[in-house]
Design a protein around this ligand. Structure first.
Ligand SMILES: Cc1cc2nc3c(=O)[nH]c(=O)nc-3n(C[C@H](O)[C@H](O)[C@H](O)COP(=O)(O)OP(=O)(O)OC[C@H]3O[C@@H](n4cnc5c(N)ncnc54)[C@H](O)[C@@H]3O)c2cc1C
Length: 478
């Protein structure tokens, strides 16, 4: 380590015992890297890569993922200082440093009458972290889909670090959602769209089929399947014809923050965590919550106000599985069946609305909505959340659901959310995985960016495994 770069280190992390432990938003990932860096320039990033070419390097964004993607015992890089934003009015593109938070980016764009084509529920993530995991909202593509180019610090064949610009072809399809497997993303360029307004209301529907019917008029809608009532609250949303905030929009925002983001969560905490009462949880979803939702209240507000929530106020754990439209109804039935059975047995009481969001298909190699090598279809993300501790009962049920959905419906798990620890076969549903692995090898021939999580979910012998599986299949068929 040269003396000139010591200022780039954060904390005294020369050895594991002296280092400050890192933990993620959910509190389920904790580790202490041997070294931790916060470089300020691309040259500093390249120096780190050259210094640690025999080790394991991972990058942390805002730490909002629930899986061990950021975990390493060796080198952790934090790109906080890569916070530049450049908007190119002529091309309609924005270029952002990897460490820029989505909230800061939206604010910057909004001042210029612009916004991003797609966002998730919160804006605390870094842009590089969000695209690395295929972060999505509802009714549009994932953020990864829109990435037009990236600067990535990676390795040459001879092991020397270099910066590559990725802006077309297979490399871009891989880099758009790469879970950090291709190197350290330094900068991301995305198209921006004119700021728009969203019209929304909340309505109750008796079931999934009825809820999906409003998708045509409200293409940005998201659904909440209420546990124990098993009715669906539809958050109907569409782009408003007029770019104008309606009169009650500010009050609506305050109501949503108070009733949903805070009061509902406190009620869940009280009934499921503190009292551990199955009856109270049932009462909450069957009687109490419906009394506080007003279907006639229709408001229009700016997209980045309306689409975001303060979903980050309470620490929780989330698992999200993606299925195609053709499997959605059966997949939801399966989830309901599992949760009902657990409830009747008294072994686990599910205590949080099950959010269902539509994500349009894309041509990335491994984003959860990737349609590479398969028929184009919309994907639906089904999310299970727990607010209670200890989390083992939830994790047992979520692992069972993940395994069931993936074996029955070729479901894919969100790359930024909780993954069951065992071999759930979650990566099996990506026809583009072999191509992805081959591309990663060109950027990282020695596997420096591969931690344990990536070795498990994206085996580097994937092409070989696929060939072996094909052979076994042929032999069996014969
Ligand atoms: C409260 C909450 C709400 C959420 N809502 C949504 C939602 O609505 N929709 C949705 O899809 N997801 C959602 N998520 C998940 C979240 O968007 C993803 O986990 C996202 O990856 C988090 O971004 P981050 O900056 O925290 O990345 P981190 O969690 O720090 O990192 C994520 C992954 O990206 C890699 N990475 C990060 N930066 C770089 C880089 N510069 N170069 C290479 N690799 C990098 C990391 O190594 C890691 O593997 C939510 C999470 C939370 C906690």
């Amino acid at each position: 380590m040269t003396g000139g770069r010591t200022r780039t280190r954060r904390g005294d992390c020369a050895d594991a015992s002296g280092g400050r432990p890192i933990s993620n938003f959910g509190g389920n990932i904790r580790f202490t890297p041997r070294r931790r860096y916060a470089p300020r320039t691309e040259d500093e990033v390249l120096q780190i890569l050259n210094d640690h070419r025999d080790g394991t390097i991972r990058v942390v964004g805002a730490g909002h993922s629930w899986n061990p993607g950021i975990k390493t015992r060796d080198v952790l890089v934090d790109l906080t200082h890569f916070h530049h934003i450049r908007v190119c009015g002529d091309t309609g593109f924005v270029t952002a440093g990897a460490g820029v938070r989505i909230g800061a980016l939206l604010k910057h764009l909004s001042k210029r009458g612009l916004t991003l084509p797609s966002i998730g529920l919160i804006d605390r993530q870094t842009i590089a972290g969000a695209v690395a995991t295929g972060t999505h909202g509802s009714g549009r593509h994932s953020m990864s889909h829109y990435v037009a180019s990236m600067r990535i610090a990676c390795y040459r064949k001879d092991g020397e670090a270099r910066v590559r610009i990725v802006d077309a072809g297979r490399e871009l399809r891989a880099a758009r959602c790469s879970v950090g497997a291709m190197g350290v993303v330094l900068e991301v360029a995305l198209p921006c769209v004119p700021q728009y307004f969203v019209r929304e209301r909340c309505v109750w529907r008796p079931g999934l089929t009825a809820a999906l019917e409003s998708e045509v008029e409200a293409p940005l809608q998201q659904l909440y399947l209420m546990p124990h009532a098993w009715t669906v609250l539809v958050h109907e949303r569409s782009v408003a014809a007029e770019a104008r905030r309606t009169g009650w929009a500010a009050l609506y925002r305050a109501y949503w923050l108070t009733v949903i983001d805070v009061a509902l969560h406190l009620c869940v905490k009280f009934s499921a965590s503190l009292m551990r009462s199955r009856r109270l949880v049932h009462l909450l979803y069957r009687r109490l919550l419906p009394a506080f939702l007003f279907p006639r209240w229709r408001v229009t507000d700016r997209s980045d106000r309306q689409l975001l929530m303060r979903h980050d106020l309470f620490r929780h754990l989330e698992m999200e599985a993606f299925v195609t439209r053709e499997h959605l109804a059966a997949a939801v039935d399966f989830v309901v069946e599992v949760l009902r059975r657990e409830d009747e047995r008294g072994s686990y009481v599910h205590h949080y609305p099950i959010c269902i969001r539509r994500v349009l298909p894309d041509d990335t190699l491994i984003s959860m909505a990737s349609c590479h090598g398969m028929q184009e279809q919309d994907w639906y993300a089904i999310s299970l959340i727990t607010l209670t501790e200890p989390r083992e009962p939830f994790q047992r049920v979520a692992a069972f659901v993940a395994e069931g959905l993936s074996s029955r419906f070729r479901a894919r798990l969100h790359w930024g959310k909780w993954f069951p620890p065992g071999e759930a076969g979650v990566e099996q549903g990506y026809p583009g995985l072999g191509e992805f692995v081959a591309t990663c090898r060109q950027f990282d021939p020695r596997g420096v960016f591969r931690n344990r999580f990536l070795r498990r979910t994206i085996p580097s012998n994937r092409e070989q495994v696929t060939a072996e599986q094909c052979l076994t299949h042929v032999v069996r068929t014969c």
